[in-house]
Design a protein around this ligand. Sequence first.
Ligand SMILES: Nc1ncnc2c1ncn2[C@@H]1O[C@H](COP(=O)(O)OP(=O)(O)OP(=O)(O)O)[C@@H](O)[C@H]1O
Length: 202
Amino acid sequence: MSVTALDTTASLGVQSLILSRGGRVLVRDLTFSLKPGEALVLTGPNGTGKTTLLRAIAGLVRPDAGSITAAPLAYLGHGDALKSAETVMQAMSFAARLHGAGDGRAALEVMGLSALVFRTCGQLSAGQKRRLALARMTLDPHARLWLLDEPAAPLDAEGKALLAALVADFRASGGMVIAATHADLGWSDVRTLEMGVSEAGT
Ligand SMILES: Nc1ncnc2c1ncn2[C@@H]1O[C@H](COP(=O)(O)OP(=O)(O)OP(=O)(O)O)[C@@H](O)[C@H]1O
């Protein structure tokens, strides 16, 4: 098991960022920073670059210009990246072993999935898959920044509350969160960046 001291000084810095896709500039001269414990919610109409910005911060999209300095991060995209034939327990225990984080049962319980450990991922509902993907993401003890793309889209009211609690706990431990969403996530004390209207950050 690996033990790493929590680096609560790690942060995120985005400087003079320009991002374009398909010949269209989506993000023009964006500068912002996040400190430990802070959360930023990306909003805005379809196609305005929320996913692109998250992917750029994750290092999956190359910026046209500018710089991004990010703390160790975990990225959860639109898809849940689960293998249909694996059971819930297999999906969790593989990730748990990878991160030296026990067997993952505690994280399953937090997301209300304890009764489903022997079900295959392919048999889960959309909301159950999302809960599992979120539970699995929490197993990475090194991540100081969570990048969440539409994290609550298939979640019911209870799932949304569990996600909000997960995020609040993570922030309380110095974690940072950026989430793209069309829904009201109900998180307290968040900053908002509306894409496609003003790309000026703080
Ligand atoms: N690989 C690509 N090649 C060309 N254009 C792309 C590519 N990926 C995304 N785009 C375009 O970039 C724009 C921004 O897409 P993005 O997915 O970042 O938007 P979004 O704000 O997350 O949208 P939504 O609210 O629908 O999730 C869209 O017009 C999309 O068609």
